[in-house]
Design a protein around this ligand. Structure first.
Ligand code: GLA
Length: 729
């Protein structure tokens, strides 16, 4: 049993394999957070809390004679507002009388078997695991607002998921202005924050900073989870390393505007609140209705590696819902960096011919295949094949590609519309535009209002039509601009603050309909590369194009940052041309292959321009990838070296679940003349088993882990090496 209630102490206890989470209903009914950390068994973790009379932190009315009792210093599960806890809060609602105060106290709780689901939003699911759900209902003392807190306990995976449901049990409309998913209070300790910032072409760069007194905010208001700030943060002890140290992960399963606030308060306690970004949020909560917040996936682990393993397992098995979750993904060739918009059917077929010869399995026709699309200024919305580029039609091109032995995939950007399109001319009100204002343009395109059901029906019909009439096995679903001028022409003025979230409820509904209707199609997410790389999108698309930057040396950093939260199987990575189109850097095919072999592997260059030598190397690369693919996708990742200060190489290992196989990879970013040897201690092997190391020598796992492995001298332009390490006994 992973959830227990101790009636005597009024403690609610959640337990996973290695962790405990405790809360307590206190004497006034507040839900006090007691503990989250390594297993604490049945011990009452209330013992460290001492209350003191705190100056300028007042006392609830019922405790006016006890000056030591203050909400301002009490760790809580979901905060009140405006009644004496002056730290960041989780919820703000405004009532018809204009007041906004709220004071939530315990009403009841319920323990359910299985994992809760969230109406309209993606959330982690059981998938055969032992999961229990705790639902705690809190009620405001003066209004009829109730809050139900949901806790999903994935016992074996050391994961606790959380969401909140806000219910209007009264007779008048209430406006929600903030509704966070989770509050995590860490009353003691010295913490660092690790977050993942970036930009287009350089996503998810880890930054580790000590918390300072005040509030750190990690957020996106761009209408997408964004290239700039991933909805994932880590709070770790100042001394935490890859291998050990307290480490809390908070990951939001959401693709739109998000916000995480982390406050180090006057008493050196930390509060982290994660949820929807309240800046562009205002929700009409009519009597009798409720509002669900997106899910947050929490984990506690000893060290960053263990934390990543926890996220990798839950995402791979309980977040990604596609049937491709744990199965082979086709090695593909994408024509984008090979031709951009400038292609003919003949050129595509030449590339396909070569691809088939090299052992590639799927051909992806990227942007530019539809009418009026010779650059990125026009054509979005109509989705009619261009009869100049594809004179015999899309269906015939697919047939010809299939005749060569390749499956076919197609790029679409369904959420967008160009001004110069029949769709926009027929339905200008289907785009997000603010009345009386010229909208911001990006790539000369506008965003369709997915909060509207007529827009979603149109998109469902259009995409279904493409998939029903053509043998398309893979869809690359792109999204190439942020949301601005967020105004829906279909709802009232007062409710415009609902549009950013309604957009994502609409997108998830559309994705749900399409993935249910076409379960055999492999969907790849994309948003100008990795602008929507989040657990929400991964629920529908098992892999996401990680970045528009295909330079392997930049990708090392991007994929390194991505790996803290997301497993290799979700990371789409391609070998592209050298010099690289984004950075101009030259690298070897071996380096490009080594870096792209970190997940869903493919190629994105003009194969017809390769030399015979390069073709030979690519054939070998593909065979190699097929051989190690399941170790990469389902094994454990160990980051042996990366972005730490002074590092001049990236070195990582994937170790199979049974630990019999390990793929060790290295790319040297700064080769030195006559430099020290590169020596790494391997991790995650079976100590007693003997391994063959690259066929060169044999050695027990314990020695490889304790004494390490020394690489041969690696020189040249960003030299790379992959070494197969397998048990022999
Ligand atoms: C985005 C994608 C690219 C490519 C282009 C096409 O930038 O990330 O991979 O598909 O759009 O316009």
């Amino acid at each position: 049993m992973s959830i227990r209630f101790n009636e005597e102490t009024r403690q609610l206890i959640l337990e996973t394999r290695k962790t405990s989470y405790q809360m307590k209903i206190d004497e006034l009914g507040y839900l006090k957070h007691l503990y989250y950390g390594p297993s604490a068994g049945t011990w009452n973790m209330d013992y460290p809390f001492r209350t003191y009379d705190r100056g300028f932190s007042g006392n609830p009315y019922d405790m006016r004679d006890n000056r030591a009792y203050s909400l301002d210093s009490m760790p809580q599960e979901y905060t009140s507002y405006g009644v004496g806890d002056f730290r960041i809060n989780t919820i703000t609602a405004s009532y018809p009388d204009g007041s906004r105060c709220a004071e939530y106290r315990y009403i009841s709780h319920e323990i359910r078997e299985g994992k809760y689901s969230i109406p309209g939003l993606p959330s982690a699911y059981d998938n055969g695991d032992t999961v229990q759900t705790l639902v705690v209902t809190l009620g405001d003392t003066a209004s009829n607002i109730r809050v139900r807190l949901y806790y999903g306990v994935f016992e074996e995976k050391d994961i606790i998921t959380r969401t909140a449901e806000i219910i209007n049990g009264g007779e008048e409309t209430v406006w929600l202005r903030k509704a966070a998913s989770v509050c995590l209070d860490l009353p003691f300790g010295k913490w660092d924050l690790i977050h993942f910032h970036g930009r287009h072409c350089m996503e998810r760069q880890p930054e580790r900073v000590p918390l300072f007194h005040g509030i750190h905010t990690i957020s996106s208001g761009r209408g997408m989870s964004s290239h700039q700030h991933n909805p994932f943060v880590i709070l770790c002890d100042r001394k935490t390393t890859e291998d050990s140290g307290a480490c809390y992960g908070m990951m939001m399963m959401y693709s739109g505007n998000h916000k995480t606030e982390i406050e180090l308060d006057q008493f050196d306690s930390v509060r982290a609140v994660m949820g929807l970004n309240d800046e562009r949020f205002r929700w009409e909560l009519e009597p009798g209705t409720s509002f669900f917040t997106p899910e947050v996936i929490l984990t506690y682990a000893d060290g960053l590696t263990e934390m990543s393993h926890n996220y990798h397992r839950i995402i791979q098995n309980n977040v990604v819902s596609s049937r491709y979750r744990n199965s082979h993904r086709p090695v593909l060739i994408n024509n984008w960096e090979a031709t951009y918009f400038d292609f003919t059917e003949e050129k595509l077929l030449e590339i396909a011919e070569k691809a088939a010869d090299l052992g590639i399995e799927l051909f992806v026709l990227d942007d530019g295949w539809f009418r009026n699309r010779n650059d990125d200024n026009a054509g979005l919305g109509d989705w009619t094949p261009d009869e100049h580029k594809l004179p015999e039609g899309l269906g015939r091109l697919i047939e010809k590609i299939k005749e060569k032995g390749l499956a076919f995939g197609l790029w679409i950007e369904p959420e967008m519309v160009s001004e110069d399109s029949d769709l926009y001319r027929a339905h200008p009100d289907w785009a997000l535009t603010a009345p009386g204002r010229a909208p911001m343009m990006a790539r000369n395109q506008l965003v369709l209002d997915l909060s509207r059901s007529d827009v979603r029906d149109y998109l469902f019909e259009t995409i279904s039509g493409l998939l029903e009439n053509n043998d398309i096995r893979y869809i690359k679903w792109d999204f190439n601009r942020p949301l601005s001028d967020v105004y829906s022409h279909s709802i009232s003025a007062e409710r415009q603050g609902e549009v950013p979230h309604r957009y994502y409820l609409g997108l998830y509904e559309l994705y749900d309909r399409l993935t249910s209707a076409f379960p055999d199609v492999l969907f790849e997410g994309c948003a100008g590369g990795g602008g929507r790389f989040d657990a929400g999108m991964l629920y529908y698309s098992p892999q996401i194009w990680c970045s528009d930057n295909t330079d392997p040396i930049s990708r090392l950093k991007i994929q390194y940052g991505t790996s803290f939260g997301y497993p290799a199987g979700t990371v789409s990575a391609h070998v592209s041309a050298s010099p690289n189109h984004q950075t101009g850097r030259r690298t070897t095919l071996e380096t490009r292959g080594t870096v792209a072999m970190t997940g869903a592997f493919g190629y994105e260059l003009d194969l017809t321009k390769l030399t015979d030598e390069e073709c030979k190397e690519i054939k070998e690369q593909i065979l190699r990838y097929r051989d190690v693919e399941s170790v990469i996708r389902e094994g454990k990742l160990y980051r042996l070296s990366g972005l730490e200060e002074g590092s001049r190489y990236f070195c990582w290992e994937y170790v199979s679940e049974d630990k019999n196989r390990c793929l060790l990879s290295i790319v040297v970013t700064d080769p030195l003349a006559n430099g020290p040897s590169i020596h790494v201690k391997l991790k995650g092997l079976l100590p007693d088993a003997v391994y063959s190391v690259g066929g060169e020598f044999e050695c027990p796992g314990s020695i490889l882990m304790e004494n390490g492995y020394t690489f041969v001298s690696l020189t040249g332009d960003y030299p790379a090496l992959q070494i197969d390490i397998c048990t022999v006994s």
